[in-house]
Design a protein around this ligand. Structure first.
Ligand SMILES: [Zn+2]
Length: 175
């Protein structure tokens, strides 16, 4: 799923389940693998992808799509930060540190996947290979939205909105 979805869901679960940054980070991390099990939409990085490298992030510094790829990723991540801050810290009253730790845990597997795509063949890249195996294990093989970008994006938006609503419902019940 896209970074903002991982950020907001990781931060929401962290805000509901954790009170310290370490637990929040672990909750965010677990939420990433849980979300990736669900068939979902992703935007493309690095032009056309083949089925083989679909699980790699093709962010190449020399690619003609680099600037647009980097802009997409930056915008996606920034949106996750802003939405999480607004709804979860400003409105729901969760600690910013807990929310931030949930976001970091929530996006970490995709950041490691990027590092994996750069360093998997280096000797120090071995831990990245293990993390990638774990990621691949949880990540669904179904790509139902490859040709239905709008439907996929809409469903992810609905998922995020639904989770934010649940956060407010659950925290109002706990008050
Ligand atoms: Zn992932």
């Amino acid at each position: 799923m896209i970074l903002s979805t991982h950020s907001i869901v990781g931060a929401s679960f962290a805000g509901l389940l954790a009170t310290d940054p370490a637990t929040a980070f672990a909750v965010g991390l677990a939420s990433h693998y849980l979300l990736d099990m669900v068939p979902h939409w992703d935007y493309q990085i690095g032009g056309e992808k083949t089925e083989d490298d679909i699980k790699k992030i093709n962010l190449n510094f020399t690619s003609p799509t680099f600037i647009s790829d980097l802009s997409k990723i930056t915008l996606d991540f920034a949106l996750g930060l802003i939405i999480s801050y607004y709804f979860l810290v400003h409105m729901a009253g969760f600690s910013w540190l807990v929310v931030l730790a949930g976001i970091i845990g929530g996006v970490l597997p995709d950041f490691l996947q990027f590092l994996y795509s750069k360093f998997y063949n280096k000797i120090y890249g071995l831990p990245l290979v293990w993390f990638q195996k774990l990621h691949d294990f949880f990540h669904t093989d179904h790509r139902p939205y490859k040709k239905r970008q709008l439907a996929g994006a809409t469903k992810q938006f609905v998922l995020v909105a639904g989770i934010i609503v649940c956060v407010f419902l659950i925290s109002s019940m706990l008050d």
